[in-house]
Design a protein. Structure first.
Length: 635
């Protein structure tokens, strides 16, 4: 198996590389690359690519100044361009074609004296401009070519970073303080400042914004007292609340670092060693003063080598190995790597299969995979391999811990599903605080998954009973009812090992599924041992399946017991005399046949005033048998 758990996908995007004539810009919100090339003749050629290979837009702009920033609105219908420090201009597009070719049709946002640091699109028709004196949110009326201010926040700003998925800007003020600012439609919210804990100003290059397990996060590279670098993670726990210093990522190195956040994992790239380290804040580690400290999950490893195919006039494609961790690399969230000198944008991909070998602790591996969006298939393969290994005490202990982690999430999901299906809409509003939230885990593994994909080849193996019983114990611990399939698997193994007393105990304490189907399944093995038969009857009694109990008792010759139960059932006056007389005759005990025969004679007398059977009851042979039996007894 390939040991590289990070790779640059083949589905990369090539663009015109940076040169003396070409500048390259990247829009993190739309994931678009703008190659802006001076074309001469007073025009600028713009080639836009991304987020996929097929997404290409080409157009020309008037050459009226050096472009500092350029971004499309989310629907690609308005292009915003900043050429000067005091203004941003807007150009209308339709079907990726520029609509206003006349310079007089372009409309602008202007500031009087402020220097514009940049702008961000908040929605299709709302844009925020961040200057050295404010954050201003405005709406754009494309038809009227008008700009209307909605909200503004007056604050001195040196630089800002933007995270579009969380609608969050982090601004550094003129005195070096860091403030998160939430910018959504028609609303600007300034949160309390970050407690950096030192007087050292944080440069923009040391800040990464992203999301970890559904919470917006601010990651800041900092140097420790011994000059090693660490990452401090601040989580935004709600509007109006101060960002909380929650985690510290120990890198244990010095040098240049860059960060991607993929599938809730913090991936830290180290240029000096040309390795990438993996961190997961959900995995428990050392906690000091409510701050959790994390080390890398595994030692750092390099991204898988990537060969870039070069254009060629011949049929033979040539390729060149790309320089990994190049000084020209610039990383964007969540998984984008851009080399502007090479003219290539990659998507970084996390491969889980290699990690199943690299993470030796299988309990920790389980915790890790349960949080990954593609972790279910991989985790099921890991579990299948584990249960087919020769069993030993330590493995069973590990399996117990693994099953507990899986079933803890499974139980939470069950409770959420039950509440979602039973709660009334009006109650959802009135009792919102009491409503369970869906499990945060990305992976839910239920009993059906375990039976079909983990335990499916376990039958008749020496360790099968031990493993299945550990799984059943975990289900019980988390108050999960065992379903038919797992109950059948466990019962078959107990019967195969002649462990009938354990089977009896499981039914007594309702630890396996109690259904008619399950009872009939047990009855199919009843000839092997009387305990199995009695166990099945006990289960039928618990679920009040009296009709089946009657049939079972008749089958084994307990006719009087069957008749006693039948008399308690609805329509007991209409039960078939022939069925019971036939079973009594097969039993061979004259007293039993006599008692059953007399019972039905008394019923006939009560219903019709005489003891005779009706012709359609087809009981003549039993009348003859009774007379023969009675005469022989009299003799």
């Amino acid at each position: 198996m390939d040991s590289h758990y990070l790779e640059l996908l083949d589905d990369h995007i090539r663009f015109v590389a940076v040169s003396s004539l070409t500048n390259v810009f990247f829009d993190e919100s739309n994931k678009q690359i703008f190659a802006v090339r001076t074309g001469g003749g007073g025009t600028i050629g713009v080639n836009v690519k991304g987020p996929s290979k097929d997404s290409v837009i080409n157009f020309f702009l008037d050459d009226t100044g050096t472009i500092r920033s350029i971004k499309f609105s989310p629907d690609n219908e308005i292009l915003a361009v900043q050429r000067h420090e005091h203004s941003v201009e807007f150009i209308l597009f339709k079907d990726t074609q520029q609509t206003n070719r006349n310079r007089g049709d372009i409309f602008r946002y202007n500031t009087k004296s402020s220097t514009i640091h940049g702008f961000v699109w908040v929605s299709k028709r709302e844009c925020a401009v961040i200057s050295n004196s404010s954050v201003e949110l405005f709406t754009i009326n494309a038809e009227k070519k008008q700009i209307k201010s909605l909200k503004s926040l007056n604050i001195g700003i040196k630089w800002f970073a933007w995270y579009s998925e969380g609608n969050m800007a982090l601004v550094s003020t003129t005195d070096g303080a860091l403030f998160p600012v939430l910018i959504s439609q028609k609303v600007i919210t300034k949160l309390p400042k970050l407690d950096i804990g030192s007087n050292v100003e944080v440069p923009e290059r040391d800040v990464t914004l992203g999301q970890l397990y559904g919470t917006s996060a601010i990651l800041i590279l900092q140097q420790t007292s011994n000059r090693l670098v660490e990452i401090v993670v601040y989580l935004l726990n709600g509007a109006g609340l101060a960002p909380r210093k929650s985690h510290v990522i120990r890198l244990g190195s010095i040098g240049r670092f860059a960060i991607n956040i993929i599938d809730n994992l913090i991936i830290v790239h180290h240029q000096t060693s040309q390795t990438s380290m993996l961190f997961d804040i959900s995995l428990s580690k050392e906690v000091v003063n409510e701050i959790t400290y994390h080390n890398a999950i595994i030692p750092g490893r390099s991204i898988k080598p990537f060969a870039l195919k070069l254009p060629s006039l011949s049929l033979d494609e040539k390729s060149v190995n790309c320089e990994l961790y190049s000084k020209n690399w610039v990383l964007f969230q969540p998984n984008i790597v851009i080399d502007a000198q090479l003219g290539c944008m990659w998507y970084l991909n996390l491969k889980l299969d290699p990690l199943t070998i690299l993470i030796a602790d299988k309990v920790r591996l389980t915790e890790f995979l349960l949080q990954r969006s593609e972790g279910k298939v991989v985790l099921l393969k890991v579990l299948k391999n584990l249960v087919t290994d020769p069993v030993n005490g330590s493995l069973l202990t590990s399996l117990e811990s693994i099953f507990d982690r899986i079933n803890s999430i499974y139980s939470s999901w069950n409770q959420y599903e039950v509440q979602s299906q039973t709660a009334q809409p009006i109650n959802l509003k009135l009792n919102q605080k009491n409503i369970l939230s869906p499990p945060k885990s990305k992976v839910i593994i239920n009993q059906n998954d375990m039976c079909l994909q983990v335990f499916n080849n376990l039958e008749d193996k020496p360790q099968a009973e031990d493993i299945l019983m550990v799984y059943l114990q975990s289900l019980s611990k988390h108050q999960i009812s065992a379903q038919d399939e797992i109950s059948k698997m466990i019962s078959k193994e107990l019967i195969r090992n002649e462990n009938y007393k354990t089977l009896e105990m499981l039914v007594e304490f309702s630890l396996i599924c109690e259904t008619k189907v399950m009872a009939c399944f047990l009855l199919s093995y009843s000839k092997l041992n009387p305990i199995i038969n009695q166990t099945a009857l006990d289960m039928l009694k618990k679920i009040s399946a009296n009709e089946i109990i009657v049939e079972v008792l008749l089958e084994i010759g307990h006719v009087i017991d069957a008749l006693r139960i039948a008399r308690t059932l609805p329509n007991s006056d209409n039960i078939s005399a022939r069925k019971y007389l036939e079973a009594a005759q097969k039993n061979g005990d004259p007293n039993i046949f006599h008692n059953v025969f007399k019972f039905f004679q008394q019923r006939n007398l009560k219903q019709r005033g005489k003891v005779d059977f009706l012709k359609q009851e087809q009981c003549n042979e039993f009348v003859e048998h009774y007379e023969t039996l009675f005469n022989s007894l009299n003799c």
